[in-house]
Design a protein around this ligand. Structure first.
Ligand SMILES: Cc1cc2nc3c(=O)[nH]c(=O)nc-3n(C[C@H](O)[C@H](O)[C@H](O)COP(=O)(O)OP(=O)(O)OC[C@H]3O[C@@H](n4cnc5c(N)ncnc54)[C@H](O)[C@@H]3O)c2cc1C
Length: 404
């Protein structure tokens, strides 16, 4: 795919993100961080790239990539964590790198490293975290984030209707969840349910194979076909109190999780835009019409410039957001703005990329087709355009346009 397989696993002699990183955001990374990312790049180019078109068409996740990706130890790599957790900017570039290759790979990874890890980090008590977090980081406890419901997507905060009823030393869960990414291969489902007694939202780790849990694969997707999503039914599912996330007392705590996760998705959207741009750039420099390469035409160059503008603006936005978060500044409107705007940049970029590749732009032989299709899922998940815009609008005007 990209134009920049310029590194070896051992060395970081050349830049990782040549064309896609016009303003050299990569220079914010340390040599150790770049080395870890170079190993990831090398793996993606060698092992993942040759499989993507075939598995996308089959609508299957290339499971043979899962173990080696886990073994790359990307979440908290030992060489980056001598003085504490790996830096946010590294975490962002790691997601960018995955998404720049494939949106499903990035979504698969962030289901664990973003969604589930955030659920545990924000929702679990200190004691629960001590027990679970090391297993989340090494993937020996795989989990998914089960919030959305068949009847409640954008209005989940007020509408969430899965119930949790206290009984003896545990809880009984009833309801349904929809779109849950990676559920079929997870050990546990982090399920959000409304306490029938106090009406507040609580969270539970539910064994995927517990009695009363049914998973159905969602078929017929035209985006993120490699990543599997499930419709989950919960009928009288028993969960012990020790498996309740003790720091989740209301939807306010869920909102804190969403705030952190939206910035991950902004990095994914930017990575997708970069991947599509790079694939289009490589194509137009090869393909000839009228006796010249497509890239030599003024109208094509204008589209390349717009794509680069989108990627550069997106990268600048996510880098700055990540810097703010590193200072401890987390606001709903900030991650909502990043998710909304990078998704717009992404959508514009994949459409331009598809356009300059012509007819081949709708076949899987050219990478842009995969990015073009997958972008639509990313555009909608983790808060749609409208919902993120309303969060920003509320911050700007002090008035909520949500109707409940
Ligand atoms: C591929 C994929 C993976 C996903 N993975 C997960 C997951 O792992 N876990 C999970 O919990 N969820 C997941 N989701 C669910 C995702 O978060 C929801 O799809 C999203 O929140 C939107 O909900 P909805 O699809 O029900 O759309 P709806 O809420 O039905 O919205 C439909 C349209 O109406 C618009 N709309 C709704 N309300 C308003 C309003 N007040 N004003 C203006 N416009 C409005 C929306 O913006 C949207 O354009 C995933 C979704 C997809 C597609």
């Amino acid at each position: 795919m990209g134009t920049s397989s310029t590194t070896t696993a051992a060395g970081v002699g050349a830049r990782l993100y040549e064309a896609a990183d016009w303003y050299d955001a990569e220079s914010l990374l340390t040599q150790d961080e770049r080395r870890v990312l170079a190993r990831l790049r090398d793996f993606l180019d060698r092992e993942a790239e040759p499989l993507l078109a075939e598995y996308w068409e089959r609508g299957e996740f290339p499971e043979q990539l899962a173990r080696p990706l886990i073994d790359l130890d990307l979440m908290e790599p030992a060489e980056l964590t001598k003085d504490g957790p790996a830096r946010g900017i590294y975490q962002g570039f790691r997601i960018f790198e995955l998404a720049r290759t494939d949106a499903s790979l990035a979504t698969w990874y962030t289901a664990q490293a973003g969604l589930f890890r955030t659920a545990i980090r924000v929702g679990a008590s200190a004691e629960q975290q001590r027990e679970w977090m090391p297993r989340v980081i090494d993937f020996s406890l795989k989990g998914v984030f089960s919030l959305t419901e068949p009847e409640h997507g954008s209005d989940i905060a007020g509408g969430l209707s899965t119930t949790a009823r206290r009984e003896g030393d545990g809880w009984i869960l009833d309801g349904a969840k929809r779109w849950i990414g990676g559920a079929a291969t997870a050990d546990v489902l982090a399920v959000f349910a409304r306490d029938a007694a106090d009406g507040q939202v609580k969270a539970f780790l539910v064994d995927r194979e517990a009695d009363g849990v049914t998973l159905e694969k969602i078929h017929g997707k035209t985006a993120l076909r490699m990543m599997q999503n499930a419709h989950i039914t919960l009928e009288g599912v028993r969960v012990h109190e020790s498996m309740r996330l003790h720091n989740v007392d209301s939807f306010r705590d869920v909102a804190a999780m969403l705030r952190a996760m939206r910035s991950d998705v902004a990095w994914i959207a930017t990575g997708i835009a970069a991947g599509a741009f790079e694939a289009a750039l490589a194509y137009v420099n090869e393909r000839r019409q009228f006796g010249r390469t497509l890239g030599s035409f003024q109208l094509v160059q204008e589209k390349l410039a717009r794509m680069l503008g989108n990627v550069t603006a997106g990268l600048s936005l996510v880098v700055r957001l990540t810097e703010q978060q590193a200072k401890g500044i987390y606001r709903d409107q900030d991650s909502a703005l990043a998710k909304m705007q990078t998704s717009l940049f992404m959508r514009d970029t994949v459409a331009l990329a598809r356009e300059v590749v012509g007819g081949n732009g709708i076949t899987l032989a050219a990478d842009v087709a995969r990015f073009h299709a997958d972008a639509e899922a990313v555009y909608s998940y983790e808060g749609t355009h409208e919902i993120n815009a309303l969060i920003i609008g509320r911050a700007l005007t002090g008035q909520s346009a949500f109707t409940r």
